[in-house]
Design a protein around this ligand. Structure first.
Ligand SMILES: *Cc1c(COP(=O)(O)O)cnc(C)c1O
Length: 425
């Protein structure tokens, strides 16, 4: 598409946008009396207006029905979480029985590693990306130590090439082949939180499984952002948080995927609790555990319904828009932001001071490396109504989300950015 860096052109794109009305479904923060330009949906998605009524429903049922709410509420609490599986399965490309919602992300990855990281003397290594999200690094190292291995030996990080900002799929596959029959697990963030790169989940999963390892994915920055086909790609397991692109609220419940081939299996160990027990006998309180025939077998405690309510609200929006339509808008919106950034860079000429480090394999996030101004520019943007996110040493992350960001905001942001750079120069 031939973009133009003008307000009229941006407004025209908004007028043609089939999803434009959805921004009215969200509540925007206000800075200096004006609706903020919100670029941090990759960190905490905005609140869907309908979330409030979903929470109120539980508060009202709790008040009116008290303990009876477990079974008599219209959305009964004892199986409340089951309502999330069908819409969520569509978002991640899974079968309904492969998906459930429970706990929070790092907790779930630990629980999944109980099943899918069972190192032996010869096969104990884990491949991940270098500088993985810190929580993932802590998780992997503590799991390795728990099993009596040394993280410096067991954890193999795939590095970026010297001077480059993104990973090459072939380097990851080469590393998988190199580690070979010592490889127990591949666990990578599907979309890198720092540079916004989308990994080739299908090819990497295939290579990992060929080497005889389990392959799991942390989809924190992928769920609700990029096209996922977890079942088709034969991914073993995955988990994601719901408060980033999935707009479910701060610190909220995490989605889990377990490939259908591991359901109903006695040879896959797991940490268990009563909510993983089959529904028919759950409240008979019998001594023997009878697992649910689906991913719910990994459930442990009774569902925190208060947290699930806004997730269910948000999923009702995802169910109205199809992921494919959301992604289609996302691609144009991000391409337009990229165009605006490059146009501003050109206009500034000698003063140009930034570089997009996100590769073309991307979702909606663009990470911009600032060569000059650094944190002052980030502060300037915030003071001028733009909420972005700062990562050391010098990166601003911009995530225009197709649900609630407009094309005109991309134009507006470009103007503020240009003024900021000239002001600080
Ligand atoms: C945001 C994020 C997390 C957060 O984990 P929580 O357990 O929800 O706090 C973990 N991993 C990645 C890759 C993330 O981006």
């Amino acid at each position: 598409m031939n973009f133009k860096n003008t307000r009229e052109f941006a407004q025209q794109l908004d007028a043609e946008d089939q999803l434009a009305a959805y921004k009215d479904e969200f509540i925007f923060p206000v800075l200096n009396g004006r609706k903020a330009i919100y670029f941090t949906g990759n960190s905490l998605g905005l609140q869907p207006k309908r979330a409030q009524s979903y929470i109120n429903e539980i508060m009202n049922d709790w008040g009116a029905l008290a303990v009876e709410g477990h079974f008599k509420a219209e959305k009964a609490w004892w199986d409340y979480h089951e309502r999330l599986a069908a819409p969520l399965a569509k978002v991640v490309g899974a079968k309904i029985e492969e998906v459930t919602v429970m706990n929070t992300l790092t907790v779930n990855l630990h629980l999944l590693m109980v099943s899918f990281y069972r190192p032996t003397k010869n096969r104990f290594k884990i491949i991940c990306e270098e500088k993985a999200f810190p929580s993932d690094q802590y998780m992997l190292a503590s799991q390795v130590k728990f099993h009596g291995f040394d993280p410096s030996e067991a954890i193999v990080e795939v590095k970026k090439r010297e001077g480059e900002h993104a990973w090459h799929t072939e380097d990851i596959i080469k590393k998988i082949e190199e580690v070979g029959d010592e490889l127990a697990l591949v666990l990578i963030g599907g979309v890198n939180y720092y540079n916004g790169q989308v990994f080739d989940i299908e090819a990497i999963t295939k290579a990992g499984k060929k080497a005889g390892a389990f392959v799991g994915w942390d989809l924190a920055h992928a769920a609700g952002n990029v096209k996922l086909e977890l079942n088709k790609w034969n991914v073993d397991f995955a988990a994601w948080c719901s408060y980033k692109y999935m707009n479910s609220g701060p610190g909220n419940a995490s989605g889990v995927y377990v490939n259908e081939q591991y359901l109903n299996r006695k040879d896959i160990p797991r940490f268990e609790g009563w909510w993983g027990n089959e529904k028919e006998t759950r409240f008979l309180m019998e001594p023997e555990f009878k697992p649910m025939p689906n991913a719910e077998a990994w459930q442990i405690s009774n569902a925190p319904v208060m947290a699930m309510a806004p997730y269910l609200a948000s999923l009702s929006l995802f169910d109205e828009i199809k992921m494919d339509d959301l992604i289609e808008k996302s691609k144009v919106l991000t391409a337009y932001l990229e165009f605006i950034l490059n146009a501003i860079d050109d206009e500034l000429g000698a003063a140009n001071t930034f570089e997009i480090i996100t590769p073309q394999d991307r979702g909606c996030q663009l990470s911009v490396f600032l060569h000059g101004q650094g944190k002052d520019l980030f502060d300037y943007l915030m003071k001028n109504g733009v909420i972005t996110d700062w990562r050391e040493p010098n990166v601003i992350r911009l995530a225009p989300t197709p649900f609630y960001n407009s094309f005109e905001e991309m134009y507006e942001f470009g103007q503020i950015l240009k003024r900021g750079i000239l002001h600080l120069h």
